[in-house]
Design a protein around this ligand. Sequence first.
Ligand SMILES: Cc1cc2nc3c(=O)[nH]c(=O)nc-3n(C[C@H](O)[C@H](O)[C@H](O)COP(=O)(O)O)c2cc1C
Length: 397
Amino acid sequence: MHKIKNVLIGITGSIAAFKIPELVRLFKKEKFNVKIIQTKSSLDFVSPLTLSVLSENKVLSSTITYEKTWNNHVSLSNWADIFIIAPLTANTLAKMANGQCDNLLLATYLSTKCKTYVAPAMDLDMFQHHTTKTNLLTIEKHGIKVIPAKFGELASGLIGDGRMAEPQEIFNITINKSNPKLKGKNVLITAGPTYENIDPVRFIGNRSSGKMGIEIAKICSDFGAKVNLILGPIAKQFEYDNVTIHKIESAKQMYDTAISLYSDSDILIFSAAVSDYSPEKTNELKLKKKDDFLNIKLKRTKDIILEISKRKNKDQFIVGFALETDNAIKNAKLKLHNKKLDMIILNSLEDKGAGFQKDTNKISIIDKNNNITKYKLKNKSEVAKDIIDNIIKLKYA
Ligand SMILES: Cc1cc2nc3c(=O)[nH]c(=O)nc-3n(C[C@H](O)[C@H](O)[C@H](O)COP(=O)(O)O)c2cc1C
């Protein structure tokens, strides 16, 4: 159960305000009560009608109502268990940093005692401006949690820092961080593909993007865990609070790193797509095109999960992944028992939208008592939350 029930969302005048209906939907789906305050300028960016329908509450935007009554900012701030200001403009940020109070949102902010989060959204130059930087530091110093803006395409067409965090990330950070169920726990995660070199140019690899493991790492961190993420070669840069990234290329490097880290880990989640075979020898020079056929002798790589499950102690919880093309449940159960796992996550290539390089996944969770829970297609962040909730339920509830 969440300790938080009442979520107050403040919206200011940035293009990113159009994403807030999605944030409201995420909270309502999980049965939170949501109330919304909009600044005057934000009314041009997102409709209060949409927000009031989704939140099932009247949206407030001024201290004094049309009928000359008071929208009581003090009772609003007492009602809230958390206050999220998203998007946060440079203008409202500056006022927050200086205690200005010329609208309902700011009056409420000055009265709140609950945890407050802000998700800045600005164009590149505004975000880089020294006043913005100073103001962010000032509010952080006073205990406001800043959900970092991201690098990406901005409304102006420029590319850079200043893009508001996505609603799902805001939801995960605000809710999971307030309920650190994995505080004090160490989690080891493997993610991404491995590359087995044939020569300096060519390799044997696979299509894994690492997205699933990365989302799991984020949720574990949001829940208060310290995470070691052993990450195969992927195109995207990734960094996150309390996640130490160990970059590797080959199955051997992944094995060696996992062996060096496993003993300090409470939960071990093996989501990487590790190559089962590797060339027996790597040519030092690029192989030349010669005959019609080229034979490359492959040898088995070490089975990381099997080796670690042989060595694990009784308090460690091991989760494997199975990606199957046929007889999915039967093969996944076999892997679960042969490798003495506590849980296996099955994703099947037979399911549309599931598997490599997609932003969505459709999984079934099978635990060591053969209980099977099937989930519908969800985005990988939601899937990661389902997996971690299941681990917590089985291991720590
Ligand atoms: C199309 C448009 C987009 C804007 N986007 C942003 C933005 O992303 N971030 C920001 O700080 N200001 C942005 N502004 C400027 C703010 O709307 C302006 O500073 C306003 O006074 C903010 O008021 P508020 O903080 O009370 O909501 C934008 C303005 C326009 C017209």
